[in-house]
Design a protein around this ligand. Structure first.
Ligand code: PPS
Length: 286
């Protein structure tokens, strides 16, 4: 019931056969930034694919499908050469915390969007990710045994709680560094309003019509169809059954179909303990 990981300096990462990931991960701290870079930061399974698509469309001022995937724009995954080859303006993404971001990006005050999702749905999405999405984890565990792995942070990029509290501290300690926070639940409830806030933060003026067209084009129902074919060979080989399950269900509250009453109580206790002093508020249903 173990998930296979790569440990780099005390943080767990997906283990990719034949790649010198440790060097790539360490080297990304020295990546060269551009002032117009936007960095989308998310704990895994928070809706990175979704927000990356939305932000790319806003930047291009066009509600047409992006002919690429966010994996090819991921700070800790791609090489310095590949990063340098991306034309401006770049929409980069990462599961890193603020302190792990390339130093040059902070120096150049790149815009940062922090995308958050409630941890009950994250746990379900992450379980399906480990078990059914990528074969590199070599994981075949049962859900009943999984929650303790999630709660104790024995998953890629560590504990969700450590992650969000780290970001909250970052925001608190850097009041002059504007970071735009967005919640998956708010995007589901009113994507038009959230896309509009993003355009403001990004300093892009778009018509109401275009804002709504982007929100609509990036709905789960549309992306699950439109994004087929943009996943490259490298990624395809890593899928179980060669099925692209990055688009699984895309809902708020799917955890209710999985958590037992006992698991929910255990989870709520953990959540209360870790989040009691936090100003971040998560919604577990709409
Ligand atoms: S990853 O592997 O960390 O990059 O995954 P990530 O993209 O961050 O998160 C995957 C979850 O986001 C859901 N998703 C969406 N939800 C709503 N609308 C859209 N357009 C959308 N696109 C992806 C995806 O289905 C995963 O959540 P679950 O709950 O597993 O379905």
């Amino acid at each position: 019931d173990m998930i296979r990981f790569l440990d780099v300096d005390g943080i767990l990462y997906p283990y990719v056969e034949g790649a010198d990931q440790a060097s790539a991960i360490r080297a990304s701290a020295d990546a060269i930034a551009r002032e117009d870079d936007i960095i989308l930061c998310n704990y895994p399974k928070s809706g990175t694919h979704w927000l990356w698509e939305v932000i790319c469309m806003i930047q291009r001022g066009s509600a047409t499908t992006i002919p690429d995937i966010k994996q090819n724009h991921m700070i800790e995954v791609i090489s310095a050469d590949d990063l340098a080859a991306i034309p401006s303006p770049r929409v980069l993404n990462t599961h890193f915390r603020f302190s792990q971001l390339p130093r040059d990006m902070i120096k150049k005050r790149c815009k940062i969007v922090l995308n958050l999702r409630n941890p009950k749905d994250l746990a379900i999405s992450f379980y399906n990710h480990h078990k059914n999405l990528l074969n590199l984890y070599r994981y075949d565990g049962k859900w009943e045994n999984y929650l303790s792995l999630f709660n104790s942070g024995k998953v890629d990029y560590g504990s969700f709680y450590d992650y969000v509290l780290d970001w909250e501290q970052t925001i608190h300690q850097n009041p002059n560094y504007p970071i735009h926070v967005i919640y998956y639940e708010d995007m589901k409830e009113n994507s038009g309003a959230e896309v509009r806030k993003l355009t403001k933060y990004m300093g892009v003026a778009l018509s109401d019509e275009l804002i709504h067209a982007i929100a609509e084009k990036c709905s789960f129902q549309n992306m699950v169809i439109d994004k087929v074919g943009f996943e490259n060979e490298v990624w395809r080989k890593m899928w179980r059954d060669e099925k692209p399950l990055f688009y699984r269900k895309g809902e708020v509250g799917d955890w209710k179909n999985w958590f037992t009453v006992a698991q929910n109580e255990e989870f709520d206790k953990m959540y209360a303990k870790r989040m009691s002093n936090s100003k971040l508020k998560f919604r577990f249903s709409l």
